[in-house]
Design a protein around this ligand. Structure first.
Ligand code: ADP
Ligand code: MG
Length: 729
């Protein structure tokens, strides 16, 4: 026993200067250091000799820097560092580094390092271009694997490795948080051993076993946090709203002009049962664009109104809120006209509440919500969250969940004494692992079929790099659609306008994909902008058509006016940003042209094209890009054109996106406790951990008999959240 455990401070062990440098990695305790895992390993058994290198090979070798020289770059600003390295057998090869200024301090003659990169040819000689390199310690000579750590400018991988070994030498084996039962059944290495092995492995098998075990820790941490969160919300009291025979919902069903799909029936039944309980419903309904989620939501709202309570529908934008209010009123007909001429006897009323209402209208809307006169209130997230008092809010419906995180959901839940039921609707298909993590606090239902009579959407990539003449055909196609009595969208990634720089414009969307540089490394012109494209189309290829413009910077009433004009068919073409991405429903529009389509995320393109083909005429979506063939950007577009399966695209999207962004939504804490867990690779672990976590929490709701697990939850989601779940029990 050395008395050194995971919570010990590092400074006494590694010294003041090193401790300060480790702070730059957010590492202050022994536990944080040993949880700072190697990013990769260099397998000494797989090192190559310089003499044996071949063109095109991916090589890893140990060599010493012999010469280095800084040179100007020919076509760009900046300096190249030219280096000659020599291996133990005396053979040499040239290396070139592009960021010469930065690396010259590390790569100077005499330094031994591991170099890895692709072997190419330059001026008839073999060379490594911009290889990765890791300086090399004498102490590393004897070990079969070199551990390479994420480092900063203040501390190198080598120094981190040294500290870790120093600490592991004196660390008492930590108490294993995972119950024996789990470790035994899943054949998991114990924690102490896993930590040693992940830092100082003897074999590849060691690395695998250690990682697998540590992934389990993270998966259990996440699943326990979610199980606790579910427990905390599910035990709150809520107003039970059982179905009322002969009520408003029955009257509504009787007047519906179409038959519900099997999915709408099934999900509707689940929701009806949830609403009848005395604890809040927490349900997510996922259904592809056009699957008919609005009717499902409205039926839930009517059941709650039948129970004498109010329902709120929250939309992400004002345009969408206004449209929802209109379509709810249309669907309800006389049943939505309480107190109006022609209103049915049991009618309720739909109140729209947005920032663009005039002061008087807004006061009235607030009053109606407060007095209970409004059975259904539709508005934007922000407005309803902040300003509205309800007489008796029984249900909150959140539309288009993908802009709405776990924390916002919590904020909505913690209103009065009785928690409102919550129904979340999203068109973004959710891969299973995401459902089990980011949405793990919700029950998930899916609407898998579209209502009958939907037309297919044909998606085509228009590759301007190879087929510039297709551009003209794009606009001819728009003319044809309009001539046939239909309407079209032209979508641009950017708003544009004189006073804003390219980047500032991208705020029209919250999607991090937009405007991100592609991995193809091409210098790009600024993306197409609505305000520039619209006049050009008007003067040029779309001359004579009635063109409207819609984007996030328009004043709300103007947005609404444009949307209505388009809905009424007074405009032929709508040039817009992604404001139309969610929910806009104009069945007469059959054609969508997406300019600079490579700038959008996969799921987003799928959402966008869901705006056409909503009526009986077939829809067409043209993805215009000037990215060259065989680039990742083009492959992504081909994927969108190749499938209409939103689930498949969502999975691909997840692969291409930084997973951290997805998992980050789980955490409010300062730093992520998730280092190894991958939503793509660890589906099996995640789903098993979910089952174990549910058992543990059901059996020991306060985790009092499982202090190790309670600590694990803190490590994963932060101590604040842990306290929020556990201290209440
Ligand atoms: P989303 O799931 O994308 O929100 P909506 O709720 O806007 O889809 O529905 C799209 C269209 O389909 C609407 O015009 C709606 O009235 C219609 N619709 C919904 N359910 C059915 C059904 N069962 N049969 C026919 N049309 C339906
Ligand atoms: Mg919708």
């Amino acid at each position: 026993m050395t008395g050194i455990d995971m919570s010990s401070a590092l400074e006494p062990l590694v010294g003041k200067r090193t401790a300060a440098a480790l702070e730059s990695l957010d590492i202050a305790t022994v536990g944080e250091l040993v949880r700072h895992y190697p990013r990769r390993y260099v397998d000494r058994g797989k090192l190559t000799d310089i003499a044996g290198l071949e063109i095109g090979e991916q090589a890893t070798l140990v060599a010493q820097v012999e010469k280095s020289a800084l040179r100007d770059m020919r076509s760009r600003r900046g300096k190249l560092l030219s280096v000659v390295i020599r291996d133990e057998k005396g053979a040499t090869i040239d290396c070139t580094f592009f960021n010469g200024h930065k690396v010259q301090h590390v790569i100077h003659p005499g330094v031994r390092a591991v170099f890895s990169g692709k072997v190419g040819v330059f001026n008839g000689k073999l060379q490594l271009t911009h290889p990765q390199f890791e300086p090399f310690d004498e102490a590393d000579e004897i070990r079969p694997f070199l551990s390479v750590y994420p480092a900063t400018g203040k501390i190198t991988s080598q120094q981190v490795a040294r500290c870790v070994r120093q600490v592991l030498d004196v660390l008492d084996d930590p108490t294993d948080p995972l119950p024996e039962l789990v470790r035994g059944r899943e054949k998991l290495t114990d924690l102490g051993r896993a930590l040693r092995r992940i830092h100082v492995p003897e074999s590849e098998a060691d690395i695998h076993a250690a990682r697998h075990r540590l992934v389990w820790d993270e998966a259990m941490g996440v699943q326990l946090a979610l199980a606790l969160r579910r427990q905390a919300t599910a035990t709150r009291p809520a107003a039970a709203c059982p179905p009322v025979p002969g009520g408003l919902l029955d009257a509504f069903d009787a007047q519906l002009p179409f038959a519900l799909t099997a999915g709408q029936h099934a999900v509707g039944a689940e929701i009806a049962a949830d609403l009848a309980r005395e604890h809040p419903m927490n349900r997510l309904v996922q259904g592809d664009v056009g699957a008919g989620k609005t009717v499902v939501a409205l039926r839930a709202m009517l059941q709650v109104v039948d129970g004498g309570r109010q329902a709120a529908l929250l939309a992400p934008t004002e345009v969408l809120a206004a449209q929802h209010a209109r379509s709810l009123r249309t669907l309800l007909g006389p049943l939505g006209k309480a107190g109006e001429l022609g209103g049915a006897e049991q009618a309720t009323s739909v109140t729209l509440l947005t920032g663009s209402l005039g002061a008087k209208a807004r006061r009235q809307a607030l009053l109606d919500a407060q007095s209970g006169a409004a059975g259904i209130v539709v508005g934007t997230h922000a407005l309803i969250q902040e300003h509205v008092g309800f007489a008796d809010l029984g249900l909150v419906v959140v539309d288009e969940q993908h802009r709405f995180g776990v924390e916002q959901r919590d904020a909505l839940r913690s209103r009065g004494e009785l928690a409102p039921h919550m129904l979340v609707m999203t068109a973004t298909p959710i891969p299973r692992t995401v459902a089990m993590t980011v949405y793990g606090d919700l029950e998930v239902s899916a609407l898998r079929e579209l209502p009958k009579g939907r037309s297919p959407i044909a998606t085509t990539v228009v590759p301007l790099a190879e087929k510039p003449s297709w551009f003209e055909r794009v606009w001819r196609r728009v003319h044809e659609e309009v001539a046939a009595g239909h309407q079209a969208y032209v979508v641009c990634p950017r708003v544009g306008g004189a006073d804003t720089g390219a980047d500032a414009d991208l705020v029209d969307t919250e999607d991090p994909d937009i405007g991100a540089d592609s991995d193809d490394g091409q210098a790009k012109r600024p993306p197409m902008a609505v305000l520039e494209v619209a006049p050009k189309l008007d003067d040029g290829p779309l001359h004579g058509l009635r063109i409207g413009v819609l984007h996030g910077k328009l004043p709300p009433d103007e947005k609404d006016a444009v949307m209505r004009a388009f809905e009424r068919g007074e405009l032929d073409v709508l040039v817009a940003t992604t404001v139309i991405e969610v929910g806009v429903d104009v069945p007469n529009s059959t054609c969508m042209v997406i300019l600079d389509a490579d700038r959008f995320g996969l799921s987003q393109l799928h959402q966008l094209r869901g705006r056409v083909g909503r009526g009986s005429a077939p829809g067409v979506c043209l993805l215009v890009t000037d990215m060259p063939a065989a680039t990742t950007a083009r492959e992504r577009l081909d994927a969108v054109a190749g499938t209409t399966d939103g689930f498949e695209l969502a999975r691909l999207d997840l692969e291409l996106r930084r997973e951290g962004d997805v998992l980050g939504a789980l955490q409010s804490g300062r730093r992520s406790g998730l280092r190894l867990l991958s939503l793509l690779r660890h589906e099996e672990v995640i789903s098993k951990a979910q089952v174990y976590a549910q058992h543990v929490v059901a059996d020991d709701p306060g985790l009092r008999r499982h202090p190790g697990l309670a600590a694990l939850v803190g490590e994963t989601v932060g101590d604040e959240e842990r306290a929020a779940y556990l201290d209440k029990v």
